[in-house]
Write a protein of this length. Structure first.
Length: 102
């Protein structure tokens, strides 16, 4: 399982817009072949901080995500709303185990 945890800090004035645009990206992402999870988390202590938990069956499926129209639209729309560049940390998912081709 290919997992990326993305840390995002948004300008406070754009939090509501960010959530709306992110919702559209989320809806498209969960329908992608190879997507296992695409969770969007908002900090309880700082509503301008978000974490995305993105799990795909393999690296190819994760790469395909970064080429979809919904992701590209999201990326371009939110770029100017960031306090700092978003940071993705790559993990290998161990449990639950995912069967190849699942």
């Amino acid at each position: 399982m290919h997992v990326t945890i993305v840390h995002i800090h948004v300008l406070f004035d754009h939090v509501d817009e960010f959530i709306a645009v992110t919702r559209a990206n989320h809806e498209g992402s969960i329908r992608e072949p190879g997507n296992l999870r695409f969770d969007i988390l908002q900090s309880a202590d700082d509503p301008a901080r978000f974490v995305f938990y993105e799990a795909y069956v393999d690296a190819a499926a994760a790469q395909a995500h970064r080429e979809t129209p919904h992701y590209l639209a999201w990326r371009d729309t939110v770029a100017e709303w960031m306090v700092e560049p978003r940071r993705g940390v790559r993990y290998t998912g161990l449990l639950p185990e995912v069967e190849p081709g699942a």
